[in-house]
Each structure stands twice: as C-alpha cells, then as structure tokens.
Design a protein around this ligand. Structure first.
Ligand SMILES: [Fe+2]
Length: 370
C-alpha cells in the first residue's frame, strides 16, 4: 500500500493522501489551498471520507487548505503543538497518533526547519515535510529554524528508522518523488557523513532568497489557511449587516453557542422543527406560526426571556431569510443579534431539494429528528 502523492507546481509542494482500504477513512498531509478542488475530486474518485488534515509545520511558501477541507469535507485539523497553528483542533505532541480506519500515523517531533516541525510515520513510510528532502534538507535561517536542531532531528530521529523506510518529502523541485532513509543516510549531500560543525557551516553558507509568499503565507497558515481578508474569512468571523449585528456561518454560531457567548434561537415553526428536525437545547421561538404563517405575537416576550443581558442572540431559520427579519426585530429590542447564514437546511439545489447546499445539518452540527 502506497500513499497518493499529489503535487502543486506553483510551490513545488507535495501533498499526501493516505487511506484505509476497508473503511475508506482518509488523512491528508500538507494540503495546498490552490489545489482544494483537485483534492476534493480525489476524495470523490476514491470514495474517501476525510478524517484528518495534518501539517508538518507552518509553511512559508504556500497556504494550507486545512480550514477549507474542514469546512467542505468535514475533516478535523491537526498540527504540531509547537507550530503556533492555534486553530488546529488537535495539537500534536511527539509520539501522538492519528487513527483513520485501522491505519494510523505517528508524529515524530523533528525541530530544525522550524521549532515545531514534525515528520509522520505510517507503516514503512515517513513524510518528512521540509526536515529531510531528497539529497537535501529544509532551510534553517528563518521561522525559528536551527541548523543544530535539524542535525539532531535528521541524524537521531529519521536516520534511526530502518534503511528501507520510504521517505516522502514536502518538496522537490527536480521532479523526484521519493527516496529512502538508507539512500539519504549514505549519500545526502548536506548531511551524510558530516559532523555537526560541517553541517552548520553548509547551512550558514546557503544565503537563500526570502520566500516570495512568506509574509502572506505564514500568518494565513497560523489560522489553518483561513484568511480574514479573503472569501474564506466569512467562516470564522461575523460579517456586519444593516439593521442587525451581522451574519455568521453555522459553524461560528455553533462555536459561540457552545462557549456560552450566545443563545441559539430557532425561529422556524413548531411544525418544521417536528417534521424536518430540531437542535437539542436551542430555544424554540417561532417568528411566524403555521398554519397561515401569521406573526407570532409572543416573539418579543419570548426573546426577552431567552437572552440574558450580555449575551448575543444567534437566530436560525430554514435557509436564512426569516432569521434576518427576526434578527432585525431583536436588534430593535436592544439585543446584539446575528443571522445564521444558510439556516438549518441551506438553499435548494437545482432539483429543489434542500440539505445539499450548506446549512446547519449539512455542516454536521448536532440535530435530531422529532
Ligand atoms: Fe517550510
């Protein structure tokens, strides 16, 4: 069994897709944002359920698609604890494992290229990021790099693996795809047979140019590639709106609600909650009521009771239309009120069916049938 190796030509980055053949559960290492569509297509082609996105480090040369894969494929994000990627759901420590089906990868802490860099071991394969490259290694002159630490990581952690272990690097700029621990131990131009002093002298003499995208890429990667100044930013930030505090994604509403910052108000009719599904612990408070969709005279009083002062109100309807009207009314009543974009079911698709184009349910947030 081999990993699927994918390549981003613009940055020379390799992305790896691993999966369990029985359960079809999958894990992706170092995904690139420009390749999001390709990677989603790969998942569809192989019939995979993406469980994890994993970073080897906070990259300086490309932006990760981890945040977007969490959004579109329902993956959990994982990153080395020391990499400063605070948005990653799992902060990996040395020796931690991430399971997918009956398979798992194991994190090996290998500081040097950056202080938090990790390599990942899967069966007899190791994914080395920028720690060990084919006949080379990552640079150590920025981003908390250290030639001394890298020397120790390569010689004591990676070269301690069996010689036959296949090495899958984070980059190659000459079209080479993989190597082995034995090959690199014997012939890597930078480190094979070199003392620490010799290796440090080689690294000090490199004088490489600054990566073109470092100022953009590193800050973006520290938040899983979700850029607050770009389209993807809507996911984790409220968007101001006229007449109420703003629009929020179902995921952000869920986060605010679970952390106690906000009260979640379901403004759909009682009938909709019963037929379509409801969110346990959300406050049921119809904006209009079936039959006839007459305005609910008890709405204002219900809202005042439900939302204590100092808390936000996040309002949910079927697809984000009634909840705007309700959010405007809540604002008139003095509340900090937000509309949840996409609502419970999302917009109808081309066959007029809901539930496939966004919404609370689509994003895998908790709900139940009555
Ligand atoms: Fe790097």
């Amino acid at each position: 069994m081999k990993p699927i190796q994918l390549f981003d030509p613009a940055s020379g980055t390799y992305t790896y897709l691993l999966f369990d053949e029985t359960s079809r559960e999958a894990l992706i290492i170092d995904p690139v944002d420009e390749q999001l569509e390709r990677d989603l297509a790969e998942l569809r082609t192989y019939g995979l359920k993406l469980l994890w996105t994993v970073e080897t480090h906070a990259h300086a040369d490309h932006i990760t698609s981890a945040g977007q894969l969490a959004e579109y494929a329902g993956a959990m994000t994982a990153a080395p604890e020391g990499s400063g990627i605070s948005t990653a759901a799992v902060q990996l420590k040395d020796g931690d494992t991430l399971p997918f089906g009956r398979e798992a990868i194991k994190a090996l802490l290998t500081p040097g290229h950056t202080a938090g860099s990790m390599c990942y071991l899967w069966r007899d394969h190791v994914f080395t990021g920028d720690t060990l490259l084919i006949n080379g290694c990552g640079r150590t002159d920025f981003q908390s790099g250290s030639a001394e630490a890298l020397y120790r990581s390569i010689t004591q952690v990676l070269f301690a693996l069996p010689d036959a272990t296949t090495v899958w690097p984070g980059h190659d700029y000459q079209g080479r795809t993989h190597t082995t621990i034995g090959t690199e131990k014997a012939g890597n131009a930078r480190i094979a047979g070199k003392s620490l002093a010799e290796f440090t002298a080689i690294m000090d003499a490199l004088h490489l140019p600054r990566p073109a995208r470092i100022d953009e890429a590193v800050p973006a990667n520290l938040s899983s590639g979700i850029r607050h100044d770009a389209g993807g930013g809507a996911l984790l930030e409220a968007r101001p709106a006229a007449g109420y505090a703003g629009d929020v994604s179902p995921q952000l509403a869920y986060r605010w609600w679970r952390s106690g910052e906000a009260v979640l108000i379901d403004v759909r009719t009682d009938a909709e909650r019963e037929w379509v599904g409801f969110i346990p612990d959300a406050v049921p408070l119809a904006w209009k009521q079936w039959p006839g969709m007459a305005a609910n005279a008890a709405f204002d009083a219900g809202l005042r009771t439900a939302v204590p002062s100092g808390k936000k109100a996040v309002l949910l309807c079927r697809s984000g239309v009634r909840s705007i009207a309700a959010a405007k009314r809540a604002t008139e009543l003095g509340l900090e009120a937000y509309n949840i974009l996409e609502g419970f079911e999302g917009d109808p698709d081309e066959r007029a069916q809901r539930g496939r184009k966004g919404g609370w349910r689509y994003h895998g947030l908790p709900w139940r049938q009555g």
